[in-house]
Design a protein around this ligand. Structure first.
Ligand SMILES: CC(=O)SCCNC(=O)CCNC(=O)[C@H](O)C(C)(C)COP(=O)(O)OP(=O)(O)OC[C@H]1O[C@@H](n2cnc3c(N)ncnc32)[C@H](O)[C@@H]1OP(=O)(O)O
Length: 426
C-alpha cells in the first residue's frame, strides 16, 4: 500500500475550494515547496523560525510521510495556511500483534485562517483516505484534548509525569544487574533503534518508530538549544545484550549540589534494564531532583524508592487518541484476557464504523460479525476507541452517559491487567 501517493480527498478539496482555498499534496522532493510546508508547521506550534540546517534535517526525516498543505492563492506568500502529514505506523495491541494505524501529525492552521473549517477538511480527508485504504484505525497525540473527539477519536492511553526528590529517597528496588556506560547518539543510534523496537513491540499502545521519531529519543535534533547538555547512558545485560538507555539533560542552579535532571527518554526492553536505569538516575551525585514525562500509569517508581512521597506524580494526561475505522478488523486484531460474548451498537457520525456487531471471544481470540441481536452496549465510536487498548475507562464513560448498557461486561472483556502505554509523542 503506497499511502503517500493516495490522491487528495475530493470532499475536502471541494469544501475548501468553496472557501477559496486549495488542498494539495506536497512534493517532498521539491525542497522549496517542502521548506514552505515545514516553516508553516513550525509556526503553527509557535516554534522558532527553522534555520537551514533544521530544514535540511527535517526534509530528510519527514520526506517519507504523506504531506498535505492548504493554500490560499489570494495571499502573497506561497507557504500553506494549513498542514497535516500522515503515515502508516505499527500499533501494538493487547496480545502483542502490531496493527496498521493511520498516524496523523502536524495538524496546523495559520492563525490568520483559523476557524474557517480548514482542520475539519484536513481531518475528514485523512480519515476518509485511511478508511478507503482499509486501515483499521487512526491514531494521534494531541496538543489540546478538546479538539479530536468530534472526529470520533477517544483517549486510549494516559501518561504520567513525575518528579523525584532524590535527596529524600534511597533505592528500595531489587539488586540491579548488567552494565551501564556513557555513549553518544552517533555511535549508538542503530543499536537504539533495535532497543526501541523491542520496547515498542513489548507494550500495547506503543507504536513502531520511524527513524525520525527514534533519533529524537536518543539525542537532540538540529536547532535544539540545549544540545550541549544532553547525556546518553546505555544499559547492556550481563551477557552484553543492549536492552535500554536513558537520554537526559542536567541543569544547575546556584547550589552546585542540587542539580535537576530532565529525562528526555528512558527506554527499557526488560525489567532489569528499567530498574538499573532508574537506580542510576536516582543515585546521581550532585542532583536533587529527577523529572520525567510520558511514562505509563503503572510506572513502578513508588515501589523502587524508600519513601513513596519522594516520588510524586505531577501530571496524568490523556496521551494516545484512537479512532476506529473498521470495527471487525480492529477488534479481531487484539486478544482478550477472558472469554465472553457481547453485542455492541456503535454510532459513527462520519459513517465509517457504525453498526451493530457481536464480539465473541474464545480462548482470548475474537470473532466479530454484524448482527441483528439486541445490543448489550451502545456507544459512540470515540468511546470504543477509548476502551480499545485495554484502559479501564468503561465505567467512567457510562457514568458520563457516553456508554449505555452493560459497561461492566464491556470493561471485563476489554481491559488488560497491564495498562496500555504510549511513551513518546508523534
Ligand atoms: C495531531 C496534531 O497535530 S495535534 C496539533 C493541533 N494543532 C495545534 O494545536 C496548533 C495550533 N492550533 C491550530 O493550528 C488550529 O487552531 C487547529 C488546527 C487546532 C484548528 O484549526 P481550525 O481550522 O481553526 O479548525 P476548524 O475551523 O476546522 O474547526 C473545526 C471544529 O473544531 C473546533 N476547534 C478547532 N480548534 C479548537 C481548539 N483549539 N479548541 C476547541 N475547539 C476547537 C472548532 O470550534 C470547530 O468546532 P465545531 O465542530 O463545533 O464547528
Amino acid at each position: 500500500m503506497d499511502y503517500r501517493t493516495q490522491p487528495i480527498d475530493p470532499t475536502s478539496e471541494r469544501d475548501l475550494s468553496a472557501g477559496g482555498l486549495r488542498l494539495a499534496l506536497v512534493d517532498t522532493t521539491d525542497a522549496a515547496a517542502f521548506d514552505g510546508w515545514i516553516r508553516a508547521d513550525f509556526r503553527g506550534f509557535h516554534s522558532g523560525r527553522p534555520k537551514e540546517e533544521v530544514l535540511e534535517e527535517a526534509r530528510g526525516y519527514l520526506g517519507g510521510r504523506r504531506t498535505t498543505g492548504v493554500y490560499d492563492d489570494a495571499i502573497p506568500t506561497r507557504e500553506p495556511v494549513g498542514t497535516v502529514n500522515s503515515w502508516v505506523a505499527p500499533l501494538t495491541v493487547p496480545g502483542g500483534a502490531r496493527v496498521d494505524a493511520w498516524a496523523i501529525s502536524s495538524v496546523t492552521v495559520a492563525p490568520t485562517h483559523r476557524r474557517r473549517g480548514i482542520a475539519r477538511a484536513l481531518l475528514g480527508g485523512e480519515l476518509r483516505t485511511a478508511h478507503a485504504l482499509g486501515v483499521p484505525l487512526a491514531i494521534l497525540t494531541v496538543s489540546e484534548s478538546v479538539i479530536y473527539g468530534r472526529w470520533g477519536f477517544g483517549p486510549a492511553t494516559y501518561a504520567t509525569a513525575w518528579t523525584v526528590d532524590t535527596k529524600r529517597v534511597r533505592w528500595a528496588g531489587a539488586e540491579t544487574t548488567g552494565r551501564l556506560s556513557f555513549t553518544d547518539p552517533e555511535e549508538y543510534r542503530d543499536t537504539a533503534e533495535r532497543v526501541l523496537d523491542r520496547v515498542m513491540a513489548g507494550r500495547h499502545g506503543e507504536i513502531g518508530l520511524e527513524t525520525y521519531l527514534a533519533h529524537r529519543l536518543t539525542g537532540p535534533l538540529k536547532g535544539n538549544t540545549e544540545a550541549d547538555q544532553y547525556r546518553l547512558v546505555r544499559y547492556d545485560s550481563p551477557s552484553g545484550e543492549p536492552e535500554g538507555f536513558v537520554s537526559y539533560t542536567v541543569k544547575g542552579d546556584d547550589d552546585f549540589t542540587r542539580h535537576t535532571v530532565d529525562v528526555s527518554y528512558l527506554a527499557a526492553a526488560t525489567d532489569e534494564a528499567l530498574t538499573a536505569l532508574w537506580r542510576y538516575l536516582l543515585e546521581l551525585d550532585l542532583v536533587a531532583s529527577v523529572k520525567v514525562w510520558t511514562r505509563g500509569v503503572d510506572e513502578p517508581l513508588p515501589a523502587l524508592v524508600s519513601d513513596i512521597r519522594g516520588a510524586q506524580v505531577t501530571a496524568v494526561e490523556d496521551h494516545l487518541w484512537v479512532r476506529i475505522l473498521d470495527v471487525p478488523a480492529a477488534l479481531q486484531a487484539r486478544t482478550y484476557e477472558g472469554d465472553g460474548s457481547i453485542v455492541l451498537e456503535v454510532a459513527d457520525d462520519l459513517g465509517m464504523a457504525g453498526g451493530r456487531y457481536r464480539l465473541t471471544v474464545t480462548d482470548g481470540r475474537a470473532e466479530v460479525a454484524t448482527t441483528e441481536d439486541d445490543a448489550d452496549v451502545t456507544l459512540p465510536v470515540a468511546s470504543l476507541g477509548s476502551v480499545y487498548l485495554g484502559h479501564d475507562t468503561a465505567r467512567a464513560l457510562a457514568l458520563a452517559g457516553r456508554i449505555q448498557g452493560d459497561a461492566e461486561a464491556l470493561d471485563r472483556l476489554f481491559r488488560t491487567a497491564v495498562p496500555p502505554r504510549l511513551s513518546t509523542w508523534f
